[in-house]
Design a protein around this ligand. Structure first.
Ligand SMILES: NC(=O)c1ccc[n+]([C@@H]2O[C@H](COP(=O)([O-])OP(=O)(O)OC[C@H]3O[C@@H](n4cnc5c(N)ncnc54)[C@H](OP(=O)(O)O)[C@@H]3O)[C@@H](O)[C@H]2O)c1
Length: 232
């Protein structure tokens, strides 16, 4: 049984990951930011006590991250997998419409959040046998694939998340932890929209397969949900 923390686990890909890990018998700590949009997760937690714990977690709020560490520590002596999944897409405007508070908010949640959550969970991760940090990023964060204008806010924040993935992967303080970024596909969620070809369940299934196949040699790599390596 692995102990897994998933951020942004109340809907979309995060919630699908909760269901997949639960079905495999892993113990899931599922972060949610507010009660709003969290009814499904809270139901799952109520029906699976000891297997799924729904834990308040706003990755843009340091106090909230520290309180989450406390709650997880009360229930587990190690964390095998941290899935940094929470993110926002606040819309992307052209240069004349760009606003600094919106860019900074995207950076705070999508890029800084995963680093701070990793930092605060480092001791619990360090207590696991082969700990993993999985940053659910996006092809949108690939600098080399930005060949025409796509936007600033979400794209810049995901590129920063990708660089922070590499930083976490090669930081001497995370020695022994395998850190990767993964593009989950274009997925039918609130963020991906109704036209997306992939269900959240299928994306989560793919992400789990990639996680299962990881070895320490994969540290610092960027994968797609189908297990292909993706260019940074
Ligand atoms: N869907 C796609 O096609 C697609 C494509 C590429 C990459 N991705 C990536 O996949 C991941 C999941 O996306 P999704 O499609 O499932 O998105 P989603 O349906 O919009 O869900 C986003 C999740 O992040 C949470 N969140 C937002 N801000 C947060 C914060 N400050 N603290 C904690 N949680 C926060 C949301 O919680 P609330 O309910 O409280 O807002 C929600 O649970 C994201 O990293 C996204 O960038 C998605």
């Amino acid at each position: 049984m692995r102990r897994v923390l998933i951020t942004g686990a109340n809907r979309g890909i995060g919630l699908a990951l909760v269901r997949k890990f639960l079905n495999r018998g892993d113990q899931v700590f599922a972060g949610y930011r507010s009660m709003e949009n969290s009814a499904d997760l809270l139901d799952i937690a109520a029906n699976n006590p000891g297997e799924v714990s729904a834990i308040p977690l706003d990755v843009a709020n340091l106090t909230s991250i520290l309180e989450c560490v406390q709650l997880v520590t009360q229930q587990a002596d190690r964390l095998d997998i941290l899935v940094n999944n929470a993110a926002v897409h606040l819309g992307d405007e052209k240069l004349s419409m760009v606003k600094s508070d919106k860019l900074l908010r995207a950076l705070q949640i999508n890029a800084v959040g995963p680093v701070l959550v990793a930092q605060k969970f480092i001791d619990l991760l360090g207590a696991a046998d082969q700990p993993l940090i999985i940053n659910v990023s996006s092809e949108a964060g690939s600098v080399s694939k930005m060949e025409k204008f796509r936007g600033y806010g979400y794209y810049g924040s995901k590129a920063a998340e990708n660089m922070y993935t590499r930083a976490l992967a090669f930081d001497p303080e995370t020695d022994g932890i395998t850190v990767i970024a993964i593009h989950p596909g274009w997925v039918r969620t609130d963020m991906g929209g109704p036209e997306a070809p992939l269900s959240a369940a299928d994306s989560a299934e793919g992400i789990l397969k990639v996680i299962d196949a990881l070895t320490p040699k994969d540290n610092g790599k960027f994968f797609t949900w189908e297990g292909r390596e993706y260019p940074w």
